[in-house]
Design a protein around this ligand. Structure first.
Ligand SMILES: O=P(O)(O)OC[C@H]1O[C@](O)(CO)[C@@H](O)[C@@H]1O
Length: 587
């Protein structure tokens, strides 16, 4: 095996041209066939692969790596200038080069006395101006001193947003849920999503929060208009000021929408949508539902990891280690998929949020300076809370895809958690060790069944153990994953803070929207699309007559069905399913 002689090299072009990268290429060939069941016998190695910070335990000893591997990975981090890039981020430098913006979501959770400068200005006072406004507004709603247009206390809140304006708030909101919810989160433009969000609500006692960084996202603005009409029908146009507030960077469009700028909670261009949980995007719904004290704890937890990320040496820096593990698995072991499996039902929305943070950040094909990559960047994130996932897709993980398994578990005092913990501790070893022919034989499995009941194992995984799940550790968990994604981008040399690919889809949807209106309103023929899109669009537009039929069926059913009865709501879904199935099979 090659002696581990990490060398540095002048970075020329892509990181893959560096000596540090080439050292890892040679190294992976040398250790590729090592098996975890052998690596796990080396106690010193395992001990060195367990790190702790403020009670959080990271165990990455089930990674297909030796101690030497991490020496090479740390050399790669140095080669990529990870420490310097972390400092540049905290110093407010415009590291998001394609949008010429700073990346300062860490400023959102900085203590009031902290100083973080962006373009010559300390931004922390502005952050705390908004936090104070959130505290004041949420306390007025929660105490009932903020009432609706007809003088009634507001009992329900609908927060409208999509992408980072939905997934992040939903993750944090769900994690802290312990009882009846006040806040509903509405994202999809599908009328069914709106119907579910409005189910049983009364406009006079409802507050609508429009969450959109740009205040231009079609789905959000369509839902916002639907909700505005719903409110006006009951409380009149003059009632909007008491029933609708906004969270956005675009206060001009907020005003044009007809909202009072005093009812807007601002944030800034140096906060990316998927990194905006700690802005009013996530904090306003959280504060209204759980109170501002919980928000404070959440911010303090995130800031504790920010401080660790900024100050800890690379070899003890948990977000850096997590990022390096991803690089090792994706770029060297060719394990592109990562299952995020929180062994805590409260974290059921962690994976959907991190899916966006990770895949929208690092799903890139060119380097920061526009050079096409000659390696794969980004990873495929998926998952469900454990043990649900075990009864869903673990079979494939054991068999075929070498997913990086990163279960997150919360230690909780209640003993009935034991069953969950048994699985939390068992699964990583099942993935690592697998089962051999000899073991199956010894268990008395018949020869014809043995091939079906043996597993190669050697599936890498890592464990994150939280001491408990509260607002503080939730903030820590969020920051750990945010910084892990950023470290990957720093090493791959890509821009983890823009999302031009999504913009392309949005602009093409705009073209289809115009065509649909021309066909419907002016009876024009479709033109300017390829054969397949033209064919499908025409079938859909013709098929819309079937939708009208379905819609009248839905309305008819709604009249008969008291929507409060969830069984009957399932009936509505059932109709919907028939329609979509029909249409799908039809088209
Ligand atoms: O908050 P906005 O501006 O409505 O954008 C919603 C989402 O759309 C995107 O711009 C593209 O998915 C995300 O980055 C963002 O979180």
């Amino acid at each position: 095996m090659q002696a581990c002689r990490p060398c540095s090299s002048p970075a020329t072009g892509l990181i893959s041209s560096s000596i540090a990268w080439r050292n890892l290429r040679e190294h992976v060939d040398g250790i590729f066939d090592l098996h975890l069941k052998d690596l796990l016998q080396d106690e010193r190695r395992c001990r060195n692969m367990i790190k702790e910070y403020e009670g959080i335990v990271l165990d990455y000893s089930r990674q297909r790596a030796t101690s030497c591997t991490f020496k090479f990975l740390l050399a790669l981090a140095k080669e990529a200038g990870v420490k310097e890039k972390i400092d540049m981020m905290f110093e407010g430098k415009h590291i998001n080069k394609t949008e010429d913006r700073a990346v300062l979501h860490v400023a959102l959770r900085a203590p009031r006395t902290e100083k973080i400068v962006c373009d010559g200005k300390n931004v922390v006072p502005d952050v705390w101006d908004v936090l104070d406004k959130i505290k004041c507004f949420s306390e007025r709603v929660r105490s009932g001193s903020w009432v609706g247009q007809t003088g009634k206390v507001l009992k329900d809140v609908v927060a409208i947003g999509i992408g980072g304006s939905y997934l992040g708030p939903l993750f944090a909101y769900t994690a802290l849920q312990t009882g009846a919810e006040l806040v509903q989160l509405l994202a999809n433009v599908d009328p069914i999503d709106v119907a579910i969000a409005l189910n049983g609500l009364c406009p006079e006692t409802t507050l609508v929060v429009i969450v959109s960084k740009t205040f231009t996202t079609q789905e959000t603005m369509l839902n916002a208009k639907t909700m505005r009409s719903w409110l006006i029908a009951s409380v009149g146009k003059e009632g909007i000021a008491k029933h609708m507030v906004a969270v956005s960077t675009n206060l001009k469009l907020v005003k044009e929408f007809g909202l009072d700028p005093d009812n807007a909670f601002a944030f800034w261009d140096w906060v990316g949508g998927r990194y905006s949980v700690c802005s009013a995007v996530g904090l306003l719904p959280l504060a209204i539902q759980y109170g501002f004290n919980k928000v404070n704890q959440f911010l303090e937890g995130a800031w504790s990891i920010d401080s660790h990320f900024r100050c800890a040496p690379l070899e003890d820096n948990i977000p850096v280690i997590l990022g390096l593990i991803s690089i090792w698995n994706v770029s060297f072991l060719r394990c592109p998929a990562r299952a995020i499996l929180p062994y805590s039902q409260a974290l059921q929305k962690l994976t959907p949020h991190i899916q966006q943070v990770s895949m929208e950040s690092n799903g890139k094909g060119v380097s920061m300076d526009g050079r096409p990559l000659d390696f794969h960047a980004g990873e495929i994130d998926f998952g469900e809370p454990g043990t649900n996932g075990q009864h869903s897709f673990y079979q494939l993980i054991h068999q075929v895809i070498t997913a990086v398994y990163s279960p997150t578990h919360v230690c909780e005092p209640i003993s009935n958690h034991d069953e969950l913990m048994c699985n939390f501790f068992a699964q990583p070893d099942a993935l690592a060790y697998g089962k051999t022919w000899e073991q199956a034989k010894a268990e008395g499995i018949s020869d014809d069944l043995i091939p079906h009941k043996i597993f190669t194992g050697n599936r890498p995984s890592l464990n994150i153990l939280l001491p408990t799940l509260d607002a503080y550790t939730l903030g820590q968990l969020l920051a750990l994953y945010e910084h892990r994604v950023v470290v990957q981008g720093f090493i791959w040399g890509i821009n983890s803070f823009d999302q031009w690919g999504v913009e392309l889809g949005k602009s093409l949807a705009g073209k289809v929207r115009v065509s649909m209106n021309s066909v419907r309103m002016k009876g024009e023929e479709l033109k300017g699309y390829n054969y397949s899109t033209t064919y499908l669009l025409n079938r859909y537009l013709k098929g819309k007559t079937l939708y009208k039929l379905h819609k009248s069926m839905l309305l008819d059913v709604k009249d008969k069905v008291h929507l409060r009865d969830i069984r009957q709501l399932v009936l509505l879904f059932f109709f919907d399913l028939i329609y979509h199935t029909t249409i799908t099979s039809y088209t």
